[in-house]
Ligand binder design. Sequence first.
Ligand code: SF4
Ligand code: SF4
Ligand code: SF4
Length: 327
Amino acid sequence: MYEALLGTIFAAIVAIGLALAGVLIITIWKKDRTRKLSYLRLFIQVVSLVGIFISFTMALWLVAFFLVIFAVTLFSGRFFCGWVCPFGFYMDLIAMLRKKLGIRYWTLSDRVNGALNRLRYVIAAAILVSPLLVGALTITPASQIQFLFLRGPYHSLNLFLSPLEPLIVPWTGALANLGFVDWSFSYPYTRDIVYYINIPVVTSVLIYIFIGLTLVSTFMYRRFWCRFCPTGITLAAANRFKAFKWAPVLHINKTEEKCTKCGICKRVCPVQVTEVYEQKGGDIKTSMCLNCMRCVEMCPYEDCLKVNLGGKTVFHSRNWLEPSNIE
Ligand code: SF4
Ligand code: SF4
Ligand code: SF4
């Protein structure tokens, strides 16, 4: 009974979310309401979370999931990170809560932030190599690389897809007492901890430590996990190969002459990207950028920052400091 009710609620959330997103897109585009972009992002994140939860109830092939996200990234940069990823959404919700409580976020020094960014490559490489090193000891023949990466005991692909894991998943029955049979609580990466470190008690303790650490760090630093998330860098890496340079069609573009060096773009960026502020005009190309477009939304000078899609400007900064433009 509960499950049918929840299905109806989810369907209603998707329908209302899409309708509101549609209205907002028209308002932002036609009426130039640049500062409404955060609401649009919020609606899209909610609809994506519900959509991802529903797809978890289906027997979908993990590789298909990864290929879709990879293709989206190839053409739109890390749009997935800025607008869709459930783990990113949870981090944004925690940031909203901190803001509501009137607590200011902390910032990392550029050096530490840069070091964390580089750490992403090391983590991603370790995830890719670990099945070969550890799995080779337990699985024969060693040539079953596909088995190791996709379905083996060390689940590389699961690790890369972990940020998609909704907080409630349609497996086992931890919520059975509440009437939700075959449903359970979850949290990104917790299943991976079980796969990698399957020791009674130790695994549970590690899971609670991991959840505690990610929640606290996210409360203090915006999108903390995204600074070194291996999924983000794996996706972004695609656009760095010469063969794929033609692919991205979504760009944030800066007009240097219109920039007053006010520094707002640097301050509002959830992952402390400095290129928008420092770069002398042109398309912003950094693998750290989540394409969340917050900098464009908040830049207070007309047309200084633009979002170009296939060469056409779809969104641009505006003079919101002028009294007539204050919303
Ligand atoms: S960097 Fe990782 S956690 Fe952050 S939004 Fe992207 S995939 Fe999600
Ligand atoms: S917010 Fe806009 S005007 Fe201010 S420094 Fe950034 S790009 Fe320049
Ligand atoms: S540089 Fe702009 S678009 Fe990129 S992550 Fe920062 S605020 Fe978002």
